[in-house]
Ligand binder design. Structure first.
Ligand SMILES: CNc1ncnc2c1ncn2[C@@H]1O[C@H](COP(=O)(O)O)[C@@H](O)[C@H]1O
Ligand SMILES: [Zn+2]
Length: 346
């Protein structure tokens, strides 16, 4: 089997995918055409070798969000994103997105969530299980975050558990995550799962206070790039993450292209993987960073010299960190074992 084909055929779990950052080139073209903006071209994506400071990536993400400014657009992009992950042999996908309100197009946060849920429902024929986390954008403040939490709680019921919880994301240099602590605790008490972008840039005090206060209520951590001492963190942060065994969502290309990690060799994957800590490979923004989950597995394997069996185990172990219940986990594990013989691992 061709090496790239192995990573493509490998069944995979994607737990870190922002909907608007995941829009593919084809969908970008489709939306530009729909809006009569073809002349803008596809300058919202990266070229293969391009990198830029993280703050520029956020400008790019804003531009991407202008492509989806009504409920119909949200529906179209979500359908496409799900279909693309399914074609990459992702069998379980947790999407995340910030419900936006746009008066000019009549978009409300409720309609936004409903458009995503309809896309998930209409993708039921595909061989992929999809769940949804509502994102709190740290740039928008605590009041909007509260609205988002209330929306998540309401839609968790309405959607029969397709909405599972909250993601905390947005430009890590804006605001202070600690302002959201009471909200995180309340969300957890209301049965919502939490995954938090933490230490994407050095922020040792903020990270320590959040981890100390929340403990295992932090269901997963996005990135954790700057937890280790040599990356702007400290041993206390590392110990807290190890002690609570909080799974890390690691997005190699995103970190390299967003220049929060100098190159693949120095990615924090190695540090945590060597400690046998739960590491889940993710894409973050597959459209913007021009990647796929298969490519991310291939990069991890090539950079850190993982053989096929280790890659398969890494993918299998990521099932442990999904937010869906034990039945779904077992269904997925069975599927992985069924598919294993076709992967020619040894
Ligand atoms: C690169 N690293 C990152 N760090 C932090 N937040 C990120 C991110 N990449 C994406 N987002 C978050 O996802 C939003 C876009 O998708 P949605 O409109 O919500 O679907 C961005 O505005 C940002 O809040
Ligand atoms: Zn992210």
């Amino acid at each position: 089997m061709e090496s790239q084909e192995f990573y493509h055929r490998l069944p995979k779990v994607e737990l870190h995918a922002h909907i608007n950052g995941s829009i593919s080139e084809d969908t970008i073209k489709k939306l530009l055409k729909k809006k009569g903006r073809e002349e803008e071209g596809a300058n919202v994506r990266f070229n293969k070798e391009q990198t830029e400071p993280l703050e520029d990536s956020f400008k790019r993400l804003k531009l991407m969000q202008t492509l989806s400014n009504c409920a119909e657009d949200i529906y179209i992009i979500t359908c496409d994103v799900i279909q693309e992950f399914a074609s990459d042999n992702v069998k379980y996908l947790e999407l995340r997105s910030t419900p936006r309100e746009i008066t000019a197009t009549g978009l409300t946060r409720e309609l936004y969530v409903e458009a995503v849920l309809k896309a998930i429902k209409d993708s039921a024929h595909l061989d992929i299980i999809v769940r949804f986390l509502l994102s709190i954008d740290r740039r928008l403040g605590v009041d909007v975050a509260r609205t988002t939490m209330e929306l998540a709680e309401r839609y968790q019921d309405i959607s029969n558990g397709v909405v599972m919880g909250l993601d905390f994301s947005g430009d890590p240099k804006v605001g202070d995550a600690r302002d959201y602590l009471p909200l995180f605790i309340e969300a957890h008490n209301r049965g919502l799962k939490l995954t938090l972008h933490l230490a994407e840039v050095p922020a040792p005090e903020e990270t320590k206070d959040i981890l100390k206060e929340l403990g295992t209520r932090t269901g997963r951590i996005g990135h954790g790039t700057c937890l280790q001492t040599e990356c702007g963190g400290n041993q206390t942060l590392v110990d807290l993450v190890l002690q609570h065994r909080i799974p890390l969502e690691l997005c190699l290309t995103s970190n390299v292209k967003g220049q929060t990690v100098p190159n693949y060799d120095q990615h924090q994957f190695q540090f945590w993987y060597n400690k046998n800590h739960p590491c889940i490979i993710g894409t973050d923004d597959k459209g913007m960073f021009d990647t796929t989950l298969s490519e991310e597995y291939a990069i991890a394997a090539q950079t850190f010299e993982l053989d096929r069996e280790s890659v398969w185990k890494l993918s299998l172990a990521s099932i442990d960190a999904i937010f869906a219940d034990d039945d779904v986990k077992q269904t997925l594990r069975n599927k992985w074992h069924e598919l294993k013989p076709s992967l020619n691992i040894t």
